[in-house]
Design a protein around this ligand. Structure first.
Ligand code: AMP
Ligand code: ZN
Ligand code: FE
Ligand code: FE
Length: 278
């Protein structure tokens, strides 16, 4: 059996509801999932209820963008319960920073002569936490680009003309908040860090000392060799090798629940190891 511990729903920048994701996971025969919407815990109750009805094990999570060595790092935080508390307070601050950044992106796009309003973007997001994929969706709908990927390449990616940064926690800070609430912080898709493969182990060891609980080793874009190498680094560091598809529905059409590009398989053990790492 396999699991998928990195999934985005309509509560952030995915296009499938938590119940739809659970249905796909269940049809695939996965044994468990984690929902990891950006900066929100709002989808967790729906996902937990749907998972329970389908007989799937469930972990509540979120994905944060943090700063580490002056670079952007994504941190998955697992074993979270929705509701008021330290993490929810921090998430609310991050969502406010995100909203300010989003309004800035609208201005930048308008400055490029594109007829877009924040209302268009809110409508695309349908009530979920608004992210750049929703801007990409609006640009596709308006016929300005033909794909989400083109929207990022031309406008939204870092270094492109409508890129605007948003507020982030330091990695060490976010790890401390996660541990203070009994959650498990895990580095997401470490290839997005500007580290050479031979620098991974040292870089990660520094964060393990601060409370890091795992590394997303089983990731669609990685070769089987890199997945295994990351998993070995995790065993050496005594942390959990996690993994997931980073499913976003129509916003990342190549990635499917459970199997990523087709060859992903995240071992079952990752689920219990995460729970044990609390
Ligand atoms: P945000 O958190 O609003 O800055 O948006 C970040 C999200 O945009 C990431 O989590 C990805 O889902 C998505 N994203 C980033 N770069 C790309 C890209 N080049 N193509 C498609 N989606 C991307
Ligand atoms: Zn996303
Ligand atoms: Fe990410
Ligand atoms: Fe993600």
């Amino acid at each position: 059996m396999a699991v998928d511990l990195h999934l985005h729903s309509t509560f952030s920048d995915g296009s499938a509801t938590p119940a739809e994701i659970v249905a796909i996971a269940s049809d695939l025969g996965l044994s468990g999932i984690a929902l990891t919407d950006h900066d929100t815990l709002e989808g967790l109750p729906d996902a937990a209820a749907a998972a329970e009805r389908a007989g799937l094990r469930f972990i509540g999570g979120t994905e944060l963008s943090v700063l580490w060595r002056e670079q952007s790092m994504h941190l998955l935080v697992y074993c979270l319960e929705p509701g008021p508390g330290l993490i929810e307070e921090q998430l609310a601050i991050l969502r406010r920073g995100r909203n300010a950044r989003n309004e800035h992106i609208v201005e930048l796009l308008r400055g490029l002569g594109i007829d877009i309003t924040y209302a268009d973007v809110l409508s695309e997001a349908g009530g979920g936490v608004v992210g750049r994929p929703h801007f990409a969706g609006v640009l596709v709908n308006k016929g300005i680009v033909t794909s989400v990927a083109e929207a990022f390449d031309r406008f939204l990616a870092q270094g492109r003309p409508a890129y605007a940064p948003r507020q982030r926690l330091a990695a060490e800070e976010a790890i401390a908040y996660a541990r203070a609430t009994g959650a498990v912080p895990v580095i997401a898709h470490p290839h997005t860090l500007n580290l050479r493969a031979d620098e991974y182990a040292d870089g990660f060891a520094e964060l393990v000392d601060r409370g890091l609980g795992g590394i997303e080793s089983f990731y669609a874009e990685y070769s089987p060799e890199l997945r295994q190498r990351l998993a070995s680094i995790c065993s050496e560091l005594g942390i959990v090798a996690t993994g997931g598809s980073d499913y976003h529905g129509k916003y990342k059409p190549q990635l499917q629940v459970g199997i990523g590009n087709g060859d992903l398989r995240v071992p079952d053990e990752a689920f219990d190891r995460l729970l044990a790492a609390r």
